[in-house]
Write a protein that binds this ligand. Structure first.
Ligand code: ADP
Length: 156
């Protein structure tokens, strides 16, 4: 059976931390679906189209990676696409505390859906989309944290 995993997130925007994680997960799965979760409670800085476009560009060369988006529960989305694994990254203890509960809930709601965690490499553990958004809003240069395919200078 094909091992399909979903890597869900806001990707607002995708950072080199996300890219590192996907590249480390790739040898473990046949297909990884990087899926933008649409959360009506959260306002994003970048539009869904923009975030999906960047994800497409970043993973364009990789046939094992598919880009998608979903609304509603992540566990239900995994069932729809036939994924038995959910991928998340851990940078610190607060990530762990939050992810532990969600993963336990998803195991029940997703009928044995397994969450697989990788710990961030030290070089990336300080990087988050939240910090990147703050730098952008403050007029700073966020390019050290962004994949080379993302050129913010091209944004209107
Ligand atoms: P969400 O809003 O669901 O947290 P994000 O796009 O912020 O979505 O993050 C998606 C996943 O990527 C989360 O599991 C997060 O912990 C992980 N992640 C984000 N940045 C990094 C990083 N620098 N190193 C490792 N994992 C990361």
């Amino acid at each position: 059976m094909k091992k399909i995993a979903v890597f869900p997130g806001s990707f607002d925007p995708i950072t080199i931390g996300h890219v590192d994680l996907v590249s480390r997960y790739l040898p473990l799965f046949d297909q990884i679906i990087v899926a933008v979760g649409i959360n009506s409670q959260k306002t994003s800085l970048f539009s869904l189209e923009q975030r999906l476009g960047w994800l497409q560009q970043v993973f364009d060369h990789d046939p094992q990676v598919r880009i998608d988006y979903f609304e509603g529960l992540t566990a239900h989305y995994c069932q729809r696409v036939g994924a038995s694994y959910l991928l998340r990254g851990l940078r610190n203890a607060s990530d762990f505390d939050y992810e532990k509960t969600i993963s336990q809930l998803n195991h029940i709601v997703g009928h044995n859906l397994e969450t697989v965690f990788l710990i961030s490499q030290p070089a990336y553990s300080h990087i988050s989309s939240t910090i990147v958004r703050e730098i952008i809003k403050g007029g700073g240069d966020a390019s050290p944290f962004l994949p080379e395919q993302i050129n913010l200078a091209n944004l209107k």
